[in-house]
Design a protein around this ligand. Structure first.
Ligand SMILES: [Zn+2]
Length: 323
């Protein structure tokens, strides 16, 4: 679906991008540790400026109300910081999401056009079945209530595309050779805890070759799985789905991760509060940790120390440049 965006922040020329402003606030404001104004607030209202022609055709709605956007907000924030901190990652991401999308995303975030950037994600990346929409009088309501792994991570196309081949030792196996394709990295806690580094172990388990009993009906052979590989090379960043992990398994979150022979380091995380069904995020800028929660008034806060990762939903690691 092609969309023309008519809403722009043209009321004044900004001298700095959002990223430059946040970065400056980290280094200037010793006293006040929250950013001076809301960044990417929860929800949003997108107004469609209907022209004469559209009015005569009686448009169905002129306003779009966004609800429960926390399933994408934290990740949009993390994505923005990653792309602005790492020159060259935009070009790599454009290979998967399109150059136009990446450039427009950065332009909208730079100019604090928060509702439009959410609309860009919804219309350009999400499928209709991933959100609920209803029309109330002249307004369309889009509700993103749900799971951030579905609303965000699964819409990154083939960024984290991996493949693992397997071969059954039994010659009469009905499906001897198989290919297992995944587009996300969903890791489960190792069976035996405590481990020295359970997250690294779980990642190794996801990628490493293994031998399993064949699960084909009527086959009692052994199935050999090859090393899992990234089909499009090691991505600029990876998102680990940590949904299956309990807080007691998360006493140690590694800052470095060896992943498919490449080094990645921790950039951010998304956090999930089950009672409120609400997501928030934490990320680093210039090695300082910040917490973002679109529902709060002071929604971007500089932290004194790395956050607690007890209510973890995802971990985000970026590729180290010195491979
Ligand atoms: Zn078999």
């Amino acid at each position: 679906m092609r969309v023309s965006y008519t809403e722009h922040n043209t009321h004044f020329e900004r001298s700095k991008t959002l990223f430059e402003e946040i970065r400056a606030s980290i280094h200037n404001n010793e006293e006040d540790r929250s950013f001076w104004r809301p960044v990417l607030p929860w929800g949003g209202v997108f107004t469609i400026k209907a022209g004469r022609k559209a009015v005569s055709c009686t448009p169905l709605y002129v306003k779009i109300n966004l609800k429960n956007t926390c399933t994408i907000d934290g990740f949009l924030m993390i994505l923005y910081v990653i792309l602005r901190e790492n020159q060259g990652f935009s070009r790599e991401l454009a290979f998967f999401l399109g150059k136009q999308f990446v450039e427009y995303f950065l332009y909208l975030m730079d100019s604090c056009d928060y509702t439009t950037v959410k609309m860009l994600w919804i219309w350009d990346r999400m499928s209709k079945r991933q959100y609920r929409s209803v029309i109330h009088q002249a307004a369309l309501e889009i509700d993103l209530f749900g799971n951030e792994h579905q609303n965000f991570t699964e819409n990154l196309e083939n960024l984290m595309f991996t493949m693992q081949e397997s071969l059954c030792t039994n010659w009469s196996c009905p499906a001897r050779f198989q290919e297992f394709i995944k587009t996300t990295i969903n890791i489960s806690p190792p069976h035996e805890l405590p481990h020295r580094d359970p997250i690294q172990s779980a990642v190794d388990e996801f990628f490493c070759p293994k031998l399993r009993l064949c699960s084909e009906i009527g086959c009692d052979g052994l199935r050999e799985f090859s090393q899992r590989v990234f089909c499009h090379g090691p991505p600029p960043f990876v998102i680990l789905n940590m949904q299956q992990w309990n807080s007691e398994d998360l006493s140690y979150v590694p800052y470095y991760l060896a992943l498919c022979q490449h080094r990645y380091f921790l950039e951010g995380a998304t956090l999930f509060n089950k009672e409120e069904h609400h997501y928030s995020a934490a990320f680093q800028i210039d090695s300082c940790w910040m917490h973002y929660d679109g529902l709060r008034n002071d929604n971007l806060i500089l932290l004194h120390k790395p956050p607690e990762f007890l209510l973890l939903s995802s971990l985000v690691y970026i590729r180290a440049s010195d491979k």
